[in-house]
Design a binder for this molecule. Structure first.
Ligand SMILES: NC(=O)N[C@@H](CC(=O)O)C(=O)O
Ligand SMILES: [Zn+2]
Ligand SMILES: [Zn+2]
Length: 414
């Protein structure tokens, strides 16, 4: 056979193979991750056949030979989300509601949500801003201050709508100026009541001392605040939000499962601090805690793709109006809600750990919070889609993470 005949013949076999794999894929119930593993093994044999060049990796094979893939997983929840209020809320809510079943809604509004009554009102405005046909459930949080009372924690628990209390060290991040200045003094009675009520404490884990290098603030927080806190309140459930360092990973891994956990954002899985300065100052890559060096990013990827149940999805999607990001003093926060699931899937795919994605996005979070897992499914389709450059709304526009880039794994809610 001539060279090109043999290539044609191989392509023909491949085509036939792809179509029969596609046929099997369609016939198999598409619902569970077990089904996904079957689909994957049918479409892409883990032991490459002679027809596949041995050095072609999974995603490249998909592109080159057009084998279509989809991944069906239980609907994810977002365990760390900023929905804002007013017209910014209206502008961003559908991006989360389209994909996530529930979200832990951050309380750092202006003024902050410090009481159950304020949380009820905020929840009502979120529900009002939703399209009628979505089942999205906001899980509210209270903003801890030096003057929060134990009684407020009781009210929060009784309300049935507040699921956690958020610790912002005063001055650590966006709208944290009313945060805590004296955790081990004034807040002790409240922390005791939180233990009684089994109310989780969510922490923005950075010290605020301007003398401490900004890249070290998470590590120093672990040593000076988190470790003593857990020693003093071993029964307090704690979520270290948006972890960014190998120090945080090691710390969380060393704690008792079910007692201390961490959320992980797409940006801290995909970007390192070089992204802040790539070709000039990049305000849309600026968030807090600030991106760290590559070794830390790699440690975070290894931890989440290992299947450790202490880590779960929390986007920290934090929209700011474009002008407030592209400014002489730009705000911290990355708006990633429209791209979050695609990006998480990309991370797991690149690590060869797509079979671990569902636990991270959809099981570990509700298990930690003692809530039922979602029964609805979401399908991620392996198809290329382009992220908009920005989203316009009444007061301006918002630039999403990965603006203008092409991504794969487009989510569809069944
Ligand atoms: N992550 C951020 O950079 N910003 C968040 C606050 C926070 O989560 O720290 C915001 O509200 O904008
Ligand atoms: Zn934070
Ligand atoms: Zn946040």
């Amino acid at each position: 056979m001539q060279g090109h005949d043999s290539e044609y013949f191989q392509r023909l076999i491949l085509y036939t193979f792809s179509n029969s794999a596609e046929f099997f894929r369609r016939t198999i119930c598409s619902c569970s991750s077990v089904a996904f593993r079957m689909i994957k093994s049918l479409a892409l044999p883990s032991k490459p056949s002679r027809l596949y060049a041995a050095n072609i990796r999974g995603s490249e094979r998909v592109k080159r030979y057009g084998v279509r893939m989809e991944l069906s997983i239980a609907q994810p929840d977002d365990w760390h989300l900023h929905l804002r209020d007013g017209d910014l809320l209206e502008a961003v809510i559908s991006h989360s509601a389209k994909q996530f079943g529930r979200a832990i809604v951050m309380p750092n509004l202006k003024p902050p949500i410090t009481t159950t009554a304020a949380a009820v009102a905020y929840r009502n405005s979120i529900l009002k801003s939703l399209q009628d046909n979505t089942d999205f459930t906001p899980l509210m949080t209270l903003y801890l201050t030096d003057t929060t009372t134990p009684h407020e924690i009781k009210l929060a628990r009784e309300s049935g709508i507040v699921y956690a209390v958020k610790l912002y060290p005063a001055g650590a991040t966006t709208n944290s100026q009313d945060g805590v200045t004296d955790l081990f003094g004034k807040c002790v009675p409240v922390l005791e009541e939180m233990v009684n009520q089994n109310m989780p404490l969510l922490v923005h884990g950075e010290v605020t001392d301007p003398e401490i290098d900004i890249f070290d603030r998470e590590r120093v927080f672990i040593e000076t605040v988190l470790k003593p806190l857990i020693e003093k309140f071993p029964k307090l459930k704690v979520v270290m939000e948006h972890v960014t360092t190998m120090d945080a990973i090691r710390f969380v891994e060393s704690c008792e499962e079910g007692s201390v956990a961490a959320t992980v954002t797409p940006q801290h899985l995909l970007l390192n601090r070089n992204s802040l300065f790539q070709g000039g100052l990049q305000p849309h890559s600026y968030c807090l805690p600030v991106l760290k060096r590559e070794t830390h990013r790699q440690a975070i990827v290894s931890a989440v793709t290992s299947g450790n149940r202490r880590f779960f999805l929390g986007t920290d999607s934090a929209p700011h109006e474009r002008r407030r990001k592209e400014s002489v003093c730009g705000c911290a926060g990355i708006f990633n809600a429209p791209v979050a699931l695609s990006l998480y899937a990309k991370v797991f795919e690149e690590a060869g750990a797509l079979d671990k994605l569902e636990a991270f996005t959809s099981f570990n979070g509700p298990d930690f919070y003692g809530l039922p897992r979602n029964t609805r499914k979401i399908t991620l389709k392996k198809t290329t889609w382009k992220v908009p450059e920005s989203y316009s709304y009444a007061s301006g526009s918002i630039v999403p993470m990965s603006a203008g880039e092409s991504l794969e794994w487009l989510p569809y809610l069944a």
